[in-house]
Ligand binder design. Structure first.
Ligand code: F6R
Length: 617
């Protein structure tokens, strides 16, 4: 599964290869090839005449090239990085490479070091001085620390890697051994490119595809180094790897490669959800800001939650969870309707604003109107330091990585995960459930990445078949009840926006109050059925009402549901606790929208009339 957070590239070259004529330009071009991954800052490092040169800053590559001439970096061993902020706002200091105290070791990193606080403390106690707010900076300092002890750079690097918990792809250069790039990987992609007199490491193949198509995919828990003529690779537990059997020749174009072999970003992003969910959860588990948000919420009179589009569906889900789990009302509203709600807000209240981009103008306007009333604001975003988090009192982040497809997919499920975690923390703080119940709930959340992986594997084929049938329809209802409703709404929105099929979602019990008039033979009605007995019973009645009018029934439901036989097209998901419904039941709906668009010959990444970030009112 490929990881879209940050981009790494580095290479070692002999002095007589074409790359050696201008290593800085080759590096810069490689970084440009990684631009599609999204980033907010960038930097490079080279070892030249025994010294480390580091150039880095906040901004886009072209701006930085103009300001600090990234491509002027010298040396035959160079690394570069595009950063998508996760720990520490995007600024010059937090940009990578990060260095040690003596400026001898430079590291670029992709992923999240979960235990960086403990490591930082350990290092500060040993006299290390930190400059940035990043989790990454612990790595060069750890290597520095262990180099003092072992006096061998690779041993020190390996020792440092063993201390890390989390996900990472790492590349490191040092003046101590200037002809090597050290690397390590866990749960974050890293590939080696084999050249003639030069070798690359990068987080993705397009970064070096122009120079070589012979690659070795580095696996989890592998570590090693490259020189201009050699590769050393080992598994951190089981020892040296004979990589010669793993060399692959890539025959894709650069464009194909940036989608990691998927035909569209949307599919790639759907498939990335297990990783995105895991990074988000583990990011939250080590984030003290969550406690600040919880304390604000617990001390609030009224709580509002607002957003637009998909983010609104996540918000609606949170408001339902708050009623069910906490017995506390939360008022959800669509951001562009803020003028109806801001008059009833006052200081002592809290507004949660959910926006993956952090820039949606409707949500920003709502935020500003509420701030004027003295309301405290908690932002939930996927883009560190974007406008909405910046203007909020507290910012919580999903760690989905940049989303390039216009339709929100992984940002939705990660938002729901974050908001569920927030509700659980609130519940535990006010004693709504015991310590052991809380631990059980968190244990359930830890299973979300695995469940989402299973759902992806078990539903894709059936959904593909169904898409062929659905692609011929003009209209469909998405019905559900309770916590299933925001999921049905999200499924309908996805289908509408990328497959251009009229999809309407509403509470199943409402059918008989009007919408059922449209139902006739073969009219598609999709039911989202959460694994909750009393909802199943109620939904059974609604399915029968629809069937009696000739509707074709599609259901997304647990593999253990009693309603499977009631559906013409059951999409069965692994059975689990109802709290995981947004993950098990949303993913097949994303796939359904995607494949329906593909069958219709549409480009799901670029639906008509839509933009990724809506900054006009
Ligand atoms: C749907 C979609 C939009 C966004 C909406 C809010 O797939 O992408 O409906 O959800 O424009 O965007 P953010 O979350 O960036 O505020």
């Amino acid at each position: 599964m490929f990881h879209l957070v940050c981009g790494i590239i580095g290479f070692c070259t002999l002095s007589k290869t074409p790359l050696a004529q201008s290593p800085g330009s080759v590096l810069f071009k490689g970084l440009k090839r990684l631009e599609y991954r999204g980033y907010d800052s960038a930097g490079v490092a080279g070892v030249y005449q025994g010294k480390l040169i580091v150039l880095k800053g906040k901004g886009k590559l072209d701006e930085l090239e103009e300001k600090i001439r990234l491509s002027s970096v010298r040396g035959y061993t160079v690394i570069g990085h595009t950063r998508w902020a996760t720990h520490g706002i995007p600024n010059d200091v937090n940009a990578h490479p990060q260095t040690d105290c003596r400026n001898e070791i430079a590291v670029v990193h992709n992923g999240i070091i979960q235990n960086y606080r403990e490591l930082r403390q350990f290092l500060v106690e040993r006299g290390h001085v930190f400059e940035s707010d990043t989790d990454t900076e612990v790595i060069p300092h750890l290597v520095e620390e262990f180099y003092r002890e072992f006096n061998d750079l690779y041993t020190a690097f390996k020792q440092a890697i063993k201390m890390l918990k989390g996900s990472y792809a790492i590349a490191m250069v040092s003046t101590i051994e200037p002809d090597k790039i050290f690397f390590a990987r866990k749960d974050s992609p890293l590939v080696i490119g084999l050249g003639n007199g030069y070798n690359f490491v990068a987080s993705d193949i397009p970064a070096f595809l122009e120079y070589t198509n012979r690659v070795i995919i580095v696996y989890d828990d592998e570590i090693g180094y490259i020189t201009s003529t050699n590769v050393f690779l080992e598994n951190i537990g089981s020892g040296v790897v004979d990589w010669s059997k793993r060399v692959r020749v890539v025959e894709w174009s650069i464009e194909d490669a940036s989608k990691s072999g998927y035909p569209h970003y949307m599919l790639k992003e759907i498939m990335e959800q297990p990783r995105a969910l895991r990074d988000t959860l583990y990011g939250l588990l080590s984030d003290v800001v969550v406690d600040e948000a919880v304390s604000i919420l617990l001390n609030s009179r009224k709580v509002f939650i607002t957003a637009a589009g998909t983010s609104f569906h996540a918000s609606l889900y949170y408001s339902l969870l708050s009623s069910i789990l906490l017995g506390k009302p939360v008022i959800p509203f669509i951001a562009s309707e803020y003028m109806v709600y801001s008059p009833i807000a006052s200081s002592g209240d809290t507004l949660i604003v959910v926006s993956q981009s952090g820039e949606t103008i409707d949500s920003l306007m709502a935020l500003r109107a509420f701030k004027k009333k003295g309301v405290r604001v908690i932002a939930v975003s996927n883009v560190v330091d974007s406008a909405i988090p910046r203007e909020s009192d507290v910012a919580l982040y999903t760690r989905a990585g940049p989303e390039i497809g216009v339709a929100a997919t992984k940002t939705f499920t990660t938002q729901v995960l974050l908001l569920t975690f927030l509700a659980l923390k609130q519940g535990s703080s006010i004693g709504r459930f015991s310590e052991s119940e809380y631990r059980e709930y968190i244990g359930l959340l830890k299973k979300v990445p695995e469940f989402s992986r299973e759902v992806l594997a078990s539903t894709e084929d059936i959904v593909k078949e169904l898409a062929k049938w659905l692609s011929r329809k003009k209209s469909i209802y998405y019905l559900s009840r309770g916590i299933g409703l925001p999921i049905a709404m999200e499924g309908a929105l996805k289908l509408k926006e990328i497959a251009y099929i009229h999809a309407e979602s509403y509470p199943a019990g409402e059918s008989k109050h009007g919408p059922i008039a449209l139902v006739e033979k073969d009219f598609p009605v999709l039911f989202v059925i959460p694994p909750i007995d009393y909802l199943e019973e109620l939904l059974l009645g609604n399915i029968q009402e629809m069937k009696a009018r000739g509707a074709t029934i599609i259901c997304v439901l647990s593999e253990k549901s009693n309603l499977i036989d009631q559906c013409h097209y059951p999409i069965k998901t692994p059975h689990t606790h109802w709290l995981l419904t947004p993950f098990t039941h949303t993913i097949p709906l994303q796939l359904l929208a995607y494949y329906t668009a593909v069958v219709k010959g549409l480009d799901p990444d670029k639906p008509r009339n839509l933009a990724k970030t809506v900054t006009v009112e």
